[in-house]
Ligand binder design. Structure first.
Ligand SMILES: NC(=O)C1=CN([C@@H]2O[C@H](COP(=O)(O)OP(=O)(O)OC[C@H]3O[C@@H](n4cnc5c(N)ncnc54)[C@H](O)[C@@H]3O)[C@@H](O)[C@H]2O)C=CC1
Ligand SMILES: [Mg+2]
Length: 344
């Protein structure tokens, strides 16, 4: 019975103290840009834009060999577009992403209709696949390129109203599209996904899909069905994929995940009772799922890059890298084992 599922208090308190004191003003400014067409255009004209070509972000390599996301001031980009024979007003198709602590607005634009090499030459960079960009960029730039691509992809796929079949029009910020024939408003969409690390108190359960790189194991994940709570999704997915019944759940964190389409990943720890640990894998979904000891997980976490030798038998086990929320769950589990929680 669902009532049996205990939802434990979160152990981790997120600390936002690093946020600067103008956070409230900045959030209200961004919100105003979504609602006020004139203010958004003014912010774009004094802001920066980063580029995509058919959804691949433009990156630039510094002399130190570090990849960066080049931010082009509005005027510079207008000039570049003019030099490439395009009307500079194309910059106005940019989509609002965020705004810096100095209230400088940041937008992105897909220049897929221009010659890729010509743009790369003008901008001094290269358009790279999002997966590569996401794994290469540092700090806050990785979620920025993911967010930008997700928004641009959503605009490219929502040019028509699904009720009337007529074209939809975007607002200046790109935070919504409207069908003027029936007034329907469309907002960017993410699919909610639960991701959970199941533990029996001493071991944790990791699984791999056949499509994963060799040797990589991750936490269990699954899309929410319409009308489900996150707890119901978690309980159902664990039952479906590995045949186990979860008895408690603890929230860990969340993450926007752009692959293959926008998912909103909600990460939780879950436990099964020690007497109910017999795994029964659904081989339609998973290639393998099994329990791992603390020592095995510590060894897997030590591998910073996937093992080089593709022939090692059995394959060396490794886990998703640090930017994946699965990694956070696995690290927290190790921490829980090393410093057990006394419930206070
Ligand atoms: N950031 C991270 O650490 C991780 C992210 N993930 C992501 O979680 C997502 C879900 O994991 P899966 O095990 O594949 O889910 P899943 O166990 O629900 O299986 C996927 C199947 O669910 C169905 N489905 C239902 N609703 C769907 C929707 N809205 N979009 C697409 N398919 C839908 C499809 O038939 C699909 O083949 C994947 O996109 C994956 O990339 C998975 C593991 C780690
Ligand atoms: Mg799954």
């Amino acid at each position: 019975m669902l009532r049996c599922l205990r939802v434990l208090p979160a152990r981790v308190t997120r600390n936002f103290s690093r946020c600067c004191s103008n956070y409230v003003a900045r959030m209200r400014f961004i919100n105003k840009l979504k609602e006020d067409e004139g203010a958004c255009l003014t912010a774009l004209e004094s802001g920066d834009v980063f580029l995509y070509h058919t959804l691949a972000p433009l990156l630039r390599k510094t002399q130190q060999g570090v990849f960066q996301l080049p931010l082009l001031p509005f005027k510079d980009l207008e000039g570049i577009l003019n030099r490439l024979g395009k009307d500079g007003s194309m910059v106005k198709d940019s989509v609002l992403i965020t705004c810096t602590e100095q209230n400088r607005a940041l937008f992105c634009l897909d220049v897929g209709e221009l010659d890729q090499r010509a743009v790369e030459k003008e901008c001094g960079g290269n358009f790279v696949d999002l997966r590569k960009a996401f794994f290469t960029l540092r700090g806050e730039e990785a979620p920025l390129v993911a967010r930008g691509q997700a928004l641009l992809r959503w605009h490219q796929g929502n040019g028509f109203c699904s009720a009337s079949g007529k074209p939809t029009t975007r607002n200046q910020a790109g935070s919504q599209r409207v069908c003027h024939s029936n007034g329907l408003i469309y907002y960017p969409k993410m699919s909610p996904v639960i991701i959970t690390l199941v533990s029996d108190g001493k071991r944790c359960l990791l699984a791999r899909q056949a499509s994963f790189p060799r040797g990589m194991f991750s936490a269990l994940a699954g899309f929410c069905d319409m009308g489900e709570t996150l707890e119901e999704t978690l309980r159902r997915e664990v039952a479906e994929e590995v045949g186990l019944e979860v008895v408690s759940v603890r929230y860990s964190g969340s993450q926007h995940w752009p692959f293959p389409q926008s998912s909103f990943m909600v990460a939780c720890h879950a436990t099964v009772s020690p007497g109910n640990t017999q795994v029964d894998v659904d081989h339609e979904e998973l290639e393998e799922a099994r329990w791992f000891t603390l020592e095995e997980i510590r060894a897997a976490l030590k591998l910073r890059t996937p093992p080089r030798d593709p022939r090692d038998q059995p394959p060396t086990i490794w886990v998703p890298p640090s930017y994946a929320i699965a990694h956070q769950l696995i690290r927290e589990w190790v921490d829980d084992q090393e410093h057990p929680y006394d419930g206070k």
